[in-house]
Design a protein around this ligand. Structure first.
Ligand code: ADP
Length: 367
């Protein structure tokens, strides 16, 4: 059995709202798992059930093989880091870090040793005498993380810990939390609505929507092999482009653009969808240019440029592709001009196709 097992977990709040449906997941010791999804999809509710802060309405939860549904938060050996930091404003950084251990009656010299060791990991050594109000947001969040690691628990639970930080601090803290995870080896479950945080930090990501798991997989899996339209659109920035169209004679015919799907999808599969509406997808970064790349095995796309965003390492081209707003990424040296007609290519191996009715991915020859 895995280290943490969630089997058929459901949460129905007292007002009758069914917030989490049949959540199944096995987590190995030491894994860094990220729950990601839009606000309200049930991430925090699931985390709080794991923490023991919210009861489990239905299903079984095991820690290291032992049924844990009815264990109290302390018995579970978890430490939780909240978005709000939850620091004691009238205590110094040292005392904030030491507080949990003091309550447990740990000896002062052991406390000091652990506070100093944690402060070192978190770069807080020079701030131990300060009060929380004398710290930046990033430093406060480090103290909050420090309070969790000092307890030397086996399981860290983090609920949107970086959402109060500015963009730059978030990037720094992201790598610091990954580093702490490597150093402590603690099994970590991290909740965020930010797909970039999920992609950069997770061993495995759980994508949730409306209380249901959509897909569980490594960042690589979710990016290249999304199981449905939601995951395909949620993972990746800028998001995947989608074109809704009907298949006729194995092709999608758009004004100025014809996509011959027989080049990328098996005929038997295509036959099933003949005459039906599907969603064709490609990622902005899949675009290739004839001047630079081999485009012999690729769809030619014609569009009109509406906006060009030079980002330095690449350029985002916002375009009208047969009436559909699309984004493609190109090398900054190849940036087209606004209002120009522009041609790019999407390799057959980079296309996605979805069943419009079920939103599930349709198998293409390369997937
Ligand atoms: P997330 O963390 O993904 O933003 P939550 O787990 O906090 O989502 O909430 C999931 C859903 O459950 C939301 O629709 C929310 O309004 C609802 N919810 C959360 N707490 C309660 C509660 N105590 N009573 C009733 N509904 C709740």
């Amino acid at each position: 059995m895995a280290y943490l097992t969630l089997r058929g977990i459901n949460k129905i709040y007292p007002n009758g709202f069914h917030a989490v449906h049949d959540f199944n997941l096995e987590i190995e010791k030491g894994e860094f798992i990220v729950f990601v999804g839009s606000s309200g999809c049930g991430k925090s509710t699931t985390l709080r059930m794991i923490a023991g802060l919210e009861n489990i309405s239905k299903g079984d939860f095991y820690i290291d093989g032992e049924k844990a549904n009815d264990m109290g938060p302390r018995e579970r050996g978890v430490a939780m880091v909240f978005q709000s930091y939850a620091l004691y404003p009238h205590m110094t950084v040292y005392d904030n870090l030491a507080f949990g251990l003091t309550l447990q009656g740990v000896d002062d010299d052991v406390i000091e040793e652990r506070v100093l060791a944690s402060a070192k990991i978190l770069g807080l050594t020079d701030y131990l005498d300060r009060m929380p109000r004398e710290l930046s947001g990033g430093q406060r969040q480090r103290v909050a993380v420090g309070r969790a690691i000092i307890r030397k628990v086996d399981i860290f639970l983090m609920d949107e810990p970086l959402s109060n930080l500015d963009a730059k601090q978030r990037v720094t803290m992201r790598s610091e939390i990954s580093q702490i995870h490597r150093e402590t080896g603690a099994t970590t479950i991290y909740v965020t609505h930010d797909q970039t945080e999920a992609m950069t930090m997770a061993d495995r990501i759980v994508v949730m929507r409306n209380g249901y798991i959509q897909q569980v997989g490594t960042p690589y899996d979710l990016y290249f092999n999304p199981v449905n339209l939601f995951v395909a659109g949620f993972i990746g920035e800028p998001p995947m482009n989608f074109i809704e169209a009907r298949i006729r004679s194995g092709c999608i015919e758009l004004p100025e653009n014809t996509i011959d799907l027989t080049l990328a999808v098996d005929r038997e599969v295509l036959a099933q969808y003949e005459g039906q509406e599907v969603i064709f997808g490609f990622r902005p970064e899949a675009a290739r240019l004839a001047a630079r790349d081999d485009v012999s095995e690729a769809y030619k796309m014609r569009c009109v440029v509406e906006l060009v965003e030079l980002l330095g390492d690449n350029t985002n081209v916002y375009a009208d592709l047969s009436g559909i707003k699309s984004i493609v990424k190109v090398d900054p040296h190849d940036s087209p001009k606004v209002a120009e007609e522009f041609e790019f290519y999407i390799p057959y191996s980079s296309i996605y196709l979805f069943d419009k009715q079920t939103t599930r991915r349709i198998k293409t020859r390369v997937s």
